[in-house]
Design a protein around this ligand. Structure first.
Ligand code: SF4
Length: 326
């Protein structure tokens, strides 16, 4: 079996496992609207329901990572003695939309009549504050759970977990907001209406609302998305401005770090030995680096009639830059 065949086998198995996991835990997703459907771009949600995409290996591993994050936390909660339920279903058709929520964790206190939702996220990059789609999802879950259990006080938190990055981030203190909840119900009606009309062939998928965001890069339908046919994407103006501000901050931080490093190096040099401060040992080490004199090497290869190109290797890499628009 070749390496490619071996990798393909892994990808196929993960694809099947992902389908099985979805079927067991979420059922037929084309027959209802879930909380994550509501938080995402309407066009992406509808297209995913009309024709679930085949996911690439990266995406499949990302899904697996999400399930693992929940399993790890469930073990920790059990060990800590918490009483909780996982994948709590809340179904409703009260406002004309088949809703079926699968809430990651619900912690219930029967004595105090409290139900606390915990939504778990395992993002590639931990944001400073929750994405708008996470907020929408969590508020909708709280509203639906509060309607189902009117005698309980419902609240929620979002826990972000990043494997290998030592990052656990908790955004707590979500309380039901009835104004936001009724807005989300209207959003659910609109998305479901788009979906039903698209199923009946009454609208073209281009007519469905699109919400451009930095997460569009992870959308399977980006290549056919009308928003991305245009050269200009004003919806991302704010994100580009934020990126430029972060670059400026990075430069300032880099300059500050360089200056402080210089100060420490000067102290180490004058003192002539290591020292300890702030729980760290600061050291100054003289290093040497050897490099190849390419001019001399090329001259030598030339002298023995060997083409230097014979030893050159080309590798591909991705470069990102921004230039001033006219
Ligand atoms: S690319 Fe973005 S705007 Fe277009 S359908 Fe996908 S998520 Fe929506």
């Amino acid at each position: 079996m070749s390496s490619n065949q071996f990798l393909q086998k892994i990808a196929t198995a993960l694809q099947e496992l992902s389908r099985e996991h979805t079927a067991i835990t979420l059922g037929d997703r084309s027959s209802y609207l879930g909380a994550s459907d509501l938080g995402g771009c309407p066009r992406k949600t509808v297209l995913t329901k009309l024709s679930p995409p085949e996911h690439d290996l990266t995406t499949l591993l990302r899904f697996k990572r999400g399930h693992m994050a929940e399993d790890v936390l469930a073990e920790a909660f059990t060990k800590s003695g918490f009483t909780f339920e996982r994948q709590v279903e809340v179904q409703s058709n009260d406002f004309g939309v088949p809703i079926n929520l699968h809430i990651d964790f619900v912690f219930t206190s029967e004595g105090s009549k409290i139900k606390k939702i915990l939504e778990v996220k395992s993002p590639d990059h931990m944001p400073d504050c929750p994405h708008a789609s996470w907020d929408m999802q969590t508020h909708f879950q709280m509203g639906m759970l509060a309607e189902k259990y009117p005698d309980y006080k419902v609240s929620a938190g979002i826990l972000g977990l990043q494997f290998g990055k030592d990052a656990l981030q908790f955004w707590n203190g979500y309380e039901p907001n009835m104004r936001m909840f009724s807005g989300l119900k209207e959003r659910a009606k609109k998305i479901w209406d788009f979906y039903e009309k698209a199923v009946q062939g009454e609208i073209d998928t281009e007519a469905i609302d699109m919400e451009v965001s930095p997460l569009c890069g992870y959308c399977h339908a980006i290549s056919s998305c009308p928003k991305f046919q245009a050269f200009e994407l004003p919806e991302l103006d704010k994100d580009v401005a934020e990126y430029i501000e972060l670059q400026a901050q990075e430069k300032r931080v880099k300059a500050e770090l360089d200056s402080r490093k210089e100060d420490f190096l000067k102290i180490l040099q004058e003192r002539g030995s290591n020292f300890k401060a702030g729980g760290k040992i600061l050291r100054r080490t003289e290093c040497s680096r050897s490099s190849t004199d390419m001019k001399a090497l090329n001259e030598f290869l030339d002298s023995i009639s060997v083409d230097a190109d014979r030893f050159s290797r080309s590798t591909s890499f991705v470069k990102f830059d921004m230039v001033k628009a006219a």
